[in-house]
Design a protein around this ligand. Sequence first.
Ligand code: ADP
Ligand code: MG
Length: 551
Amino acid sequence: MMGNNQPIYILKEGTTREKGRGAQSNNIMAARAVADAVRSTLGPRGMDKMLVDSMGDVVITNDGVTILKEIDIEHPAAKMVVEVAKTQDQEVGDGTTSAVVIAGELLHKAEDLVGDLHPTIITSGYRMAAEKAIEILNAMATEVSMKDDKLLRIIANTSITGKAAALNRDLLTDVAVKAVKAVAETNEAGKVTVDRDDIQVVKKTGGSVDNTTLVQGIIVDKERVHSGMPLSVKNAKIALLNVALEIKKPEVDAKITISDPSRLQNFLDQEESYLRGLVDQVVKSGANVVFCQKGIDDLAQHFLAKKGIYAVRRVKKSDMEKLEKATGATIVNNLDELTKEDLGKAGSVEERTFGSDQFTFVTECKNPKAVSILLRGGTEHVVDEIERVLEDALRVVGVALEDGKVVAGGGAPEIEVALQLRKYAASVGGRQQLAIEAFAGAVEIIPRTLAENAGLDAINMLVDLRSAHEKGRKTHGLNVFDGKVVDMVKEGVIEPLRVKTQALKSATEVAQMILRIDDVIAAKAAPPAPPGGGAGGMSGMGGMGGMPGMM
Ligand code: ADP
Ligand code: MG
């Protein structure tokens, strides 16, 4: 045993290593398993998933990225595919399932090729194909702008179709389009930007989804500080204060000794007149509503109430910033500087009660640059899923406006890309041709899955789709409800171009990355922390690797 043939260990005991085809096919299998996990949710006739975590909490969703975030995935290659969904979510908001399904299929097709082609040929073919595909998509895209209300609604509608929220599609579409248009900003060059943070979504369980409303202003999760204040103020003139309406506390410990009772009264009077002075400054500015980021002293509350001013204290900084955008006010850091010009305007400021919670509604703002959506729904699960669907709708409308480009959906772009890529492959020739053809076949997974999930014959549908596209009908896709190949533009199924290009980009990147791996070296998983502290106590054991009798 201990002779010249002693093996040389360069890895810590417990490290596992897998090389070559075995490593590759393991990674591909894991990545495909992730894609399979979400495939059945794709499209308007996809089904939802119910996920139960270790604490018994339930999430019901149709959203690809949510499903993958909720389930605990361990395999490193599988995790890379989950990242594709997350990137898609960040960049576009919608199309997360599609991106993951395409990534899985790119790997599936590559698996068939690895016997004949070196992985680097496959990856370079995939890269060429992806670049070409994006060109093809760009050439197919048509324009959309702020004026095209109808088209924007169609885009929102497409992202909502087939989700739990579809019953309230018209309402949600309306809310999403109006909200995004309100906060969209166009610069001199005509470039539109939509900051999603300018749309506040407030969830409140109760009522029904029908009660969901768009508020031309901001909802602050706070009540007025004093019951003597008015419940509502019309024609509100709003001061946003980042100063406390309180007596300043000394920085160091200080003690005041008062020997004469009359001096005590004098002292209290001074405090009172100081606070009265602060409130007078607010009154002088003409404000009838105050949002204060800091505290408001009881006495100051009383004075404000007497003047009929509605005041809220300890408002979050983020809410203050939204109030600034919605009402046109300026946040003031020093009361001496508060003037009429700093005040914002709102048609109404009002306290409303939902169940046991009070909110302050700042509504009827003129041209608010920040708006709110009050989401209602019968149960928590409903409200949560509606929020996810609404999020997708808000993002697709925003992305469509930012880029100004849209394409038809329902598998139309994927079939067109596949058709043109096959022609391109023939022109490239050589070994890469096979990889480009494989890529073309892989993107067809979208119409194929749309058909399968609708219980249609996928092969027949693909044949019909291809023949329509060969006749030049670039926007023909699958009507999943009656199994006919029709013009998706007429059908009202339209998506932002970025949903498609981003999905292809990230799916290709992850497929390339996984295909290039031929060696997986994994450290032994760290043992779970022993109960009751002593963190990492066992990890030293790994160092005893060479000792006999350890097995
Ligand atoms: P993703 O997470 O990828 O957005 P979805 O479940 O939202 O997954 O499905 C999106 C796919 O469904 C897209 O390919 C889109 O074009 C397609 N789709 C949406 N509405 C329709 C429709 N009415 N008919 C056919 N396909 C549709
Ligand atoms: Mg979608």
